[in-house]
Write a protein that binds this ligand. Structure first.
Ligand code: UD1
Ligand code: UDP
Length: 472
């Protein structure tokens, strides 16, 4: 090897210049177990017994020389990429709520099917019953369960309990990468816990933005904080990727994967599905126009939610062939408002949260969807169902642009008007009721697996970005 090392190396974050390594061939890395070896373009990392040789590396911050036989980069955190001969990586997923579980389940399955990944599942159980429903359906038995949910928990409660529990688990598991999903408080706490332990964090469903700090609350800020803490960004759409680029997230750390929710949906929707429980078993989907309602968002709790429910009651009074099915979220604040305004009314069914299997199939059979949910905005368009979004803003503009989703706001008159137009104007309904797949093609999980293998140097090339077929 040449005695002096000077060179430029590609990195995740930036190009870094290494200058004047001197004549030493071995350098200690910040990461302790690995040494920086070689010189010039041959510089790489070597594991304790020389088994891993890495082709390149990245550094955050600058190098400082501490002298001695080798050089120790003080204040620099290495960011390994392109591990040449690494055979297996240990990837830990952290999730805690129903939507995270639905969207991580196909990814867990894909990782388990990959011989190069050892998969560890940790749930915070920010949700209990609603999480367990999903775990059971997809046959996931968590390796770690923090069991943090409490009735009427605050954001601080969730953050503190998740962070404390995760510290212990991360110390034990020592994963190469930690994957979080989306925008919940579990997501934020998970990415922070990973960052504190200097573990590479991968953000699934990265880059969605409303640019309104308080809507959705606290999800918009959870997403931004998670983005800042993450090393790998799995953006579901090209628009999400653009949002990240605008925030100067390094292009090479982003892969457009599609949304894993479509992978999950494909697994459960079945045109022959038969509902087993009441009231769904007895509803005549042929003669009734069934509106599927969900409403749970923190920023809607209180007066906005009451306004929405009054509009729903107005709709049912105005249209005798309309029937509403509302699987009510388990949040006691939601249950109280739902019961007080919608309880005991004819043709309004307030039911327990449905398992994902019947819920997805109900989405497939209903006439239209009214929701403030994030995930449902992604699922319903691919089933050809018009969606009225019960919010002022959405971080999922793609289906709005495609014409299947409309923002209906949270005011009684406006929500009623939007629903009435759809119920009366068949042309408008037909225009909205066409299947579009801006959010995925069912292969998002595999792309994320391939991207992980690429980021860790096991695969030579990154996966091709997801690109929805034009006009589909
Ligand atoms: C959380 C997420 C939100 C996501 C939603 C999905 C945050 C800040 N919010 O909101 O982004 O859209 O999940 O549903 O992370 N409860 C139960 N059993 C359950 C689940 C909830 O009893 O299985 C009750 C508990 O009283 C709990 C309350 O619902 O305290 C609220 O749950 P929490 O996770 O704090 O907020 P969500 O509104 O569900
Ligand atoms: N969902 C479900 N059962 C229900 C209501 C919703 O399985 O009774 C599914 C839905 O198909 C979607 C996800 O839960 O995949 C959305 O969860 P939620 O609305 O709680 O959260 P958000 O998407 O708003 O974060």
């Amino acid at each position: 090897m040449s005695p002096a090392a000077k060179g430029r190396f590609e990195s995740f974050d930036s190009e870094v210049r290494l200058e004047d390594f001197g004549s030493e061939e071995r350098f200690e890395s910040f990461d302790s177990e690995e040494r920086l070896v070689g010189s010039g373009s041959e510089v790489g990392f070597e594991g304790p017994s020389g088994e891993n040789h890495f082709e390149g590396f990245a550094a955050k911050g600058s190098f400082a020389v501490s002298g001695g036989a080798g050089y120790k980069p003080a204040g620099a955190s290495f960011h390994r990429i392109r591990r040449r001969s690494m055979n297996r990586i240990r990837v830990m997923t952290v999730f805690g709520t129903r939507p995270e579980a639905i969207k991580m389940a196909p990814l867990v399955k894909a990782m388990r099917g990959c011989g190069r990944i050892e998969t560890v599942v940790c749930v915070t159980a920010q949700h209990r019953e609603m999480l367990d429903q999903v775990l059971e359906l997809f046959g996931i038995v968590p390796d770690y369960d923090l069991d943090i949910m409490r009735k009427r928990q605050t954001l601080t409660d969730i953050t503190v309990r998740a962070l404390t529990g995760l510290e212990r688990v991360l110390d034990e598991v020592k994963p190469d990468a930690l994957l979080v999903h989306g925008d919940t408080t579990t997501t934020f706490a998970g990415s922070l816990a990973g960052f504190y332990r200097q573990i590479r964090v991968g953000h699934v469903e990265a880059g969605l933005r409303t640019l309104n700090r308080y809507s959705p609350f606290p999800e918009e800020i959870n997403r931004r904080l998670t983005g800042a803490l993450s090393d790998m960004h799995f953006a579901p759409t090209a628009g999400a990727r653009e949002n990240l680029l605008k925030e100067n997230v390094p292009e090479k750390s982003i892969v457009v994967t599609g949304n894993t929710v479509i992978d999950a949906l494909i697994q459960v929707v079945d045109s022959d599905y038969r509902f087993s429980g009441l009231p769904l078993r007895d509803i005549d989907f042929g003669s009734k126009r069934v509106i599927l309602l969900t409403c749970h968002r923190r920023e809607n709790i209180g007066e906005p939610m009451a306004e929405i429910f009054r509009a729903v009651a107005d709709i049912v009074s105005a249209y005798s062939d309309v029937e509403v099915v509302y699987p009510v979220h388990r949040n006691p604040a939601v249950i109280d408002t739902a019961r007080s305004i919608l309880g005991g009314r004819e043709r309004i069914h307030l039911i327990e949260p449905l398992d994902y299997l019947p819920f997805a199939n109900l989405m497939g059979r209903c006439h239209l969807v009214m929701t403030d949910s994030g995930g449902i905005q992604e699922e319903a368009p691919s089933l050809g169902k018009p969606v009225l979004v019960l919010r002022e803003v959405t971080e999922r503009p793609e289906a709005v642009q495609a014409g299947t989703v409309r923002l209906a706001g949270v005011k009684r008159e406006r929500v009623f008007e939007e629903a009435s137009r759809l119920l009366e104007d068949q042309g408008l309904y037909n225009k909205m009721a066409h299947a579009v797949n801006p959010y995925g093609d069912g292969k998002a999980s595999q792309r994320i697996v391939d991207a992980l293998l690429y980021f860790f140097g096991i695969n030579e090339n990154p996966p091709e970005d997801f690109c929805p077929a034009a006009g589909k």
